[in-house]
Design a protein. Structure first.
Lengths: 409, 291
C-alpha cells in the first residue's frame, strides 16, 4: 500500500502549508495546461464553424476548384499564356459553361478574379479584389444583402457591382454607395447592392468577401478578354440525392474536355472540411506542442521544489523512519505530494482555460470549443508529470539514512 | 533467551585519519523486563549504543541478536518493520511532527502498519488517555508543554505495544516535576513487563532502574544491578558529591561522573580518591577543589 489516507492528508497539509511556494511551482503547469486547452479549443472551434457553414450550405452543395492554383499577380499572366494548356491552371470560360450546363445543376456561380485598378471618388481601392460571378451567388451561399439588390438575369450584362461591407465603407467613406459609381478598366460601374457582413467565409479561399467587389462574370470576361482566372466555382444541385451523381458527371465532363486530366477538383459537402481540417490540425498540433513544452518545464519546476522540500524535511523523514516507515511508504508520501502539486496546477489551468475561453467568446469572433476529452487528457498528463518528476526527489527522501536524517534539524 | 545480545559490537564513523570509534567491542546482554539506565559523559557512545539496539544504525563489526534472531545486517526495510512492531523510541527533543496534532502523531506508527484511520485514531486516543494527556489530543506539538510533549512521545512509542522501549535522555529537556512524571510513567510501563533502556545524566533517576551501565569512550566500564528505589551506588557517589570539577575540567569537558568512578584509570587520582560529600564522613577531610 503506497498511498494511504494518511499520506493523502500529509500531502494536502504540505501543499497547503506552503501555499505561495506551491502556487509559484504550479504556475508553469497552470500556464501550460491553459495554453494547450485554449489552442486545441480554438482549433476545434474553427473546425466546428467550418462544419456548421457546410451544414448551413446544405448537402446538395458542390465546390469546384483547381487542384493546385498559383495565386498572386501572375495568376492572370499564367492564365493568359497557357490558357487551355496548363493542366492545373485556373478554370476557363469553357469549364464554367461545362459545369453550368451539366444536367442536374440548378445553380452555379464562378468566382473569377478580375485584375485591374478600381478608382473610386477618393482614389484607388487597394484593399480587395474584383470578383466576377453570376446572379446565383447570394442564394448559393445563403448570404443576404444589407442594401439594394444583387444583379439579376436582367442586368447581368450591365456594368453593375455589389460591394462587401468593408469595401462600401472604404471606397465611399461615409456616404451610402447605392447608385454611386467607380471606374474599373476605364468603364463606369454603378453600385446596386451591398452585402451584409460575411461572418465566416470558409469556401472563399484567400479572398475576403467583405473586402471584395462583385461584378457580373460576363462583364469581367469581356473586360479581360476571357483571361481572368476562375479560382473556384459553387454549384447547387436540384435534389440532394443527385449530388454524388452530378458531381461525378461534372468531373467526367471536365476530364473529357481536358483530354482525360482536368486538374480540377470537384468536392462535395464535407470534403471541403477535410481539406481545411488537415491544415488546421497540423497547425493546432504544432502550437499545442509548443504549449506542451511549457508543461514539461512546469514539471521540472515541480521536481526542483520537491528537491527543496525533501531537503527541508529531512528531520521529518528521520522521525517517520524511526517510527517504522518503510522506504516505499516515504516514497509514496513524496510522490503523492508531487502529483498533488501538478494535479492542482492542472485543475487551476483548466479553470484558467475556461476563463480565457469565455473572454475569447466575448471579445473576438473566435468560438473556441473545449471538449471534455481534451480536459480529461490534459488532467491525466499533469498527473503523469507529477508522478514522473516526483520520482527522483521521492527516491532521494526514501533512501535517507534514519540516523543522519534525525540528526539534522 | 535474552531479549538483546550484543557481541563485540563496534561502530566506526568516518574513514582514514578521521575515523572515530563510537563503540569499541561492546558485549552486552539484556534480559526481558529489565529497566536499564545508561550513564556516561558526552561522546561516550551512549546514543550510538541505543541507536544500534534500536536498529536505527548498523554495527560496523560484531553480532546483534534481538529475541534470538540476528539483526546486525538487516535490509533497511526489514529494520523499519522491526522498529515499527517491536521498538518504541522516546527522544530528548520529542521529535513530534510539528504539523500533526498530538493524536495524529501517536497514530503515526499504526498508519505505517496499515491500521485503518478510525481504528488507529481510537487506539491513539486510548494511549494518550493512558499517559494522561487525553485532553490535549487536538493540540499541535508547539502548543504543548515539554512534559506533555514527552508524554505524547511516550504514547507514540507505546502505541504499537513494543517489546522494547528506547529513551535517549527522555528528561533532558524537562524540569524536575515533569521529569518525575515522565519517569513514573516509564516505571509503570516497566511494571507491565516492557523492557526499557534509557540514557540519563541525572544520577537521581537511577532510582527507577534495575540496572545501570556506565560508558566511557565507547566501552562499558561499569555494569551494576540495583534495586528499584535506590540510587545506584556508583551514581550515588556523583550525586552526593559537591561539584568536583575544576574550571580546567569544565574546559576540557571532563564530567563529574568520570572523576567519581572508582576504577577510572584516566581520572586524576586526588579527586577520584577523595570525593567530597555533604556527609560528615568526608566533610572532615581536607577539601581539594573549589567548594
Amino acid at each position: 500500500m503506497i498511498f494511504s489516507r494518511g499520506h493523502l492528508k500529509a500531502g494536502f497539509d504540505s501543499v497547503r502549508n506552503a501555499k505561495l511556494r506551491s502556487f509559484w511551482t504550479m504556475l508553469g503547469i497552470i500556464i501550460g495546461v491553459a495554453a494547450v486547452i485554449t489552442v486545441i479549443g480554438i482549433g476545434d472551434g474553427v473546425k466546428q464553424q467550418v462544419a456548421g457553414q457546410i451544414h448551413h450550405l446544405g448537402n446538395n452543395f458542390i465546390t469546384i476548384r483547381p487542384e493546385s492554383l498559383q495565386t498572386g499577380s501572375n495568376v492572370g499572366n499564367q492564365a493568359g499564356l497557357f490558357s487551355g494548356l496548363s493542366v492545373s491552371g485556373p478554370m476557363t470560360v469553357n469549364d464554367i459553361a461545362t459545369v453550368a450546363t451539366t444536367h442536374g445543376v440548378s445553380q452555379s456561380a464562378p468566382l473569377t478574379l478580375t485584375p485591374g485598378t478600381v478608382r473610386g471618388p477618393d482614389g484607388v481601392y487597394t484593399h480587395g479584389s474584383v470578383i466576377g460571378t453570376t446572379p446565383d451567388l447570394p442564394s448559393l451561399i445563403n448570404q443576404s444583402l444589407a442594401n439594394g439588390n444583387f444583379f439579376s438575369s436582367q442586368n447581368y450584362g450591365d456594368n453593375v457591382a455589389v460591394l462587401g461591407q468593408n469595401t462600401a465603407q472604404k471606397l465611399f467613406k461615409n456616404t451610402l454607395p447605392l447608385g454611386h459609381s467607380f471606374t474599373f478598366h476605364g468603364q463606369t460601374f454603378i453600385v446596386v447592392g451591398i452585402f451584409n457582413q460575411f461572418t465566416t467565409t470558409p469556401l472563399s479561399g484567400q479572398v475576403d468577401f467583405n473586402n471584395a467587389i462583385f461584378i457580373p462574370n460576363s462583364v469581367a470576361e469581356n473586360l479581360t478578354h476571357n483571361t481572368a482566372p476562375t479560382y473556384e466555382m459553387f454549384v447547387r444541385t436540384a435534389l440532394p440525392s443527385q449530388t454524388a451523381a452530378v458531381s461525378s458527371q461534372i468531373r467526367q465532363r471536365l476530364n473529357a474536355e481536358h483530354g482525360g486530366q482536368s486538374g480540377i477538383a470537384v468536392l462535395v459537402g464535407n470534403q471541403n472540411i477535410v481539406a481545411n481540417d488537415n491544415i488546421l490540425s497540423l497547425l493546432t498540433t504544432l502550437v499545442a506542442g509548443v504549449a506542451a513544452i511549457s508543461l514539461l518545464v512546469g514539471g521540472i519546476g515541480i521536481m526542483n521544489v520537491m528537491m527543496v522540500s525533501v531537503a527541508e524535511r529531512t528531520h521529518e523523514i528521520g522521525i517517520r523512519k524511526a517510527v517504522g516507515a518503510t522506504e516505499m511508504q516515504i516514497l509514496g508520501q513524496f510522490m503523492l505530494e508531487a502529483t498533488m502539486l501538478s494535479l492542482s496546477g492542472g485543475v487551476l489551468g483548466i479553470i484558467l482555460a475556461y476563463i480565457i475561453d469565455g473572454v475569447l467568446h466575448v471579445t473576438t469572433n473566435l468560438q473556441p470549443v473545449i471538449s471534455w476529452k481534451v480536459v480529461v487528457g490534459v488532467a491525466l498528463v499533469t498527473f503523469l508529470i507529477g508522478l514522473i518528476f516526483g520520482t527522483i526527489p521521492a527516491l532521494k527522501a526514501a533512501r535517507r539514512n534514519p540516523i543522519d536524517a534525525l540528526r539534522t534539524e | 533467551m535474552a531479549l538483546i545480545e550484543l557481541q563485540d559490537v563496534s561502530k566506526l564513523y568516518g574513514f582514514g585519519d578521521a575515523t572515530t570509534l563510537a563503540l569499541d567491542e561492546v558485549t552486552l546482554t539484556i534480559e526481558k523486563g529489565e529497566f536499564i539506565a545508561v550513564m556516561g559523559p558526552s561522546g561516550s557512545g551512549k546514543s550510538t549504543l541505543l541507536n544500534m539496539i534500536g536498529l536505527l544504525d548498523r554495527p560496523s563489526h560484531g553480532q546483534y541478536h534481538l529475541e534470538g534472531k540476528p539483526v546486525a545486517r538487516l535490509k533497511p526495510n526489514v529494520a523499519a518493520k522491526i522498529r515499527r512492531d517491536k521498538i518504541g523510541f522516546i527522544f530528548q527533543s520529542y521529535n513530534l511532527l510539528p504539523r500533526l496534532t498530538a493524536l495524529e502523531n501517536v497514530a503515526l506508527p499504526l498508519g505505517y502498519k496499515g491500521v485503518s484511520l478510525t481504528k488507529r485514531l481510537k487506539m491513539a486516543s486510548q494511549m494518550l488517555d493512558r499517559v494522561g494527556v487525553q485532553n490535549r489530543e487536538y493540540y499541535l506539538p508547539s502548543q504543548l508543554s515539554g512534559g506533555q510533549a514527552q508524554c505524547v512521545t511516550i504514547a507514540r512509542a507505546l502505541v504499537n505495544n513494543p517489546r522494547l522501549i528506547i529513551a535517549d535522555e527522555p528528561t533532558g529537556n524537562l524540569d524536575s516535576n515533569s521529569s518525575r512524571l515522565v519517569m513514573e510513567l516509564l516505571s509503570d510501563i516497566h511494571k507491565m513487563g516492557n523492557t526499557i533502556i534509557f540514557v540519563t545524566h541525572n544520577p537521581e533517576l537511577t532510582r527507577f532502574a534495575t540496572r545501570v551501565i556506565y560508558m566511557h569512550d565507547g566501552s562499558i566500564i561499569h555494569d551494576e544491578k540495583t534495586a528499584v528505589g535506590r540510587v545506584a551506588s556508583t551514581a550515588r557517589k556523583v550525586l552526593y558529591t559537591v561539584p568536583a570539577t575544576s574550571e580546567e575540567d569544565d574546559l576540557a569537558g571532563v564530567s563529574v561522573l568520570m572523576k567519581a568512578l572508582p576504577d577510572k584509570p584516566s581520572a586524576p587520582p586526588d579527586t577520584a580518591a577523595k570525593p567530597k560529600t555533604r556527609r560528615g564522613r568526608t566533610a572532615r577531610r581536607k577539601r581539594g577543589g573549589k567548594s
